[in-house]
Design a binder for this molecule. Sequence first.
Ligand SMILES: *Cc1c(COP(=O)(O)O)cnc(C)c1O
Length: 409
Amino acid sequence: MNDKGFTTQIVHGDRESLIEHGSVHKPVHNVVLYGYKTAEELAAVFQNKQPGYSYGRQNNPTTTALQTKISALEAGIDSICFATGMAAISATCLTLLKAGDHLISSQFLFGNTNSFFQTLTQFGIEVSFVDATDVANVKAAVQPNTRMVFVETIANPCTQVADLKAIGEFCQQQQLVYVVDNTMSSPALFRPKAVGASLSINSLSKIIAGHGEVLGGSITDLGQYDWSQYPNINESYRKGDPQKWGLQQIRKKGLRDMGATLAPDSAHRIAIGAETLALRVEKACSNAQALADYFAQHKAIKQVYYPGLAGHPQHQRAQELFCGFGSLMSIDLVDDDACFEVLNKLQSVVLSSHLGDNRTLAIPVAHTIFYEMGPERRASMGISEGTIRISVGIEDQADLLADFERALG
Ligand SMILES: *Cc1c(COP(=O)(O)O)cnc(C)c1O
């Protein structure tokens, strides 16, 4: 199947393994427990000597099918799904880092990830926030106890593109675990494997599921990190193929012990949504480019943040690394105070947080999702008080342009 294209792999993936009653979708297994005929079998499953399922918190056939799809999308060796993207991020950090370690993170970060990294510092993990659009800042922050570098592909809300490739080369040299949050680009636009990432994280709640009706998250091992060199792998997980040690520890300590399990129904819904990922991304990107071009020449708008505009500081980089420029952008109005008034005039655009939805969404970020972090941290992320973030959907382009024309006019 690996020689097939992106969408072919997703829509035919379930039939590659055991087909239950000819079903083209992996059936939803709403089950907590798995019973075995003999005690020997039960023991063999628990000891990983025979494939099988032990308990619903740790594994489920429907979720396994989704994990296989996510691994195919990311060209990774294996994936683990979680109840949310934040569960995937927190489980990864809490199981691979320990007190006394140092994490380098991009300072341009999803708000809740930023908040979670503050929590890590309460457990004795040092965190440095750097401008990750230039690898020099990552290099300058490295300490003897640095273990992990965490970046997003296209940052929210101001669309900075991290120096993904150079950071990957540096992490490989230094044997640092390189975690890329790929949510904003999705594997349809970018595969972190291409820049040497160790792990790719996706919030499945966003454009992968796409329809705004299900939460989920995933972590994929891209098979490029040598876990036998990583000091924080517990003795009990240093068994068998070292390529699998990292995910094994995240699965046991992060999923089984912390318990943010994806529901089987959710796994099914995400798998259905993912079938049209590439089509939706293509439409959303083309709508986003049209809107960005329109905003860029509008007199009421001071600044447009979108990697598809030639004036964007990382436009070249985005063009080189991604198959498209994404569906997220932000605008600053000439008059910051007019921000609510403009938003209130929108008719089909939904005033909402969230992103990567079929519907176009708009939100005044300083007043909502980035409110809690305060003005100083906001300024460090390039967010001004009137910044409006727009997640572009798949509506008909003329209707979108007309809605903004009315609101800005
Ligand atoms: C939404 C988002 C998350 C968190 O995902 P949830 O599924 O909402 O928990 C993490 N990272 C990025 C970049 C996101 O946009």
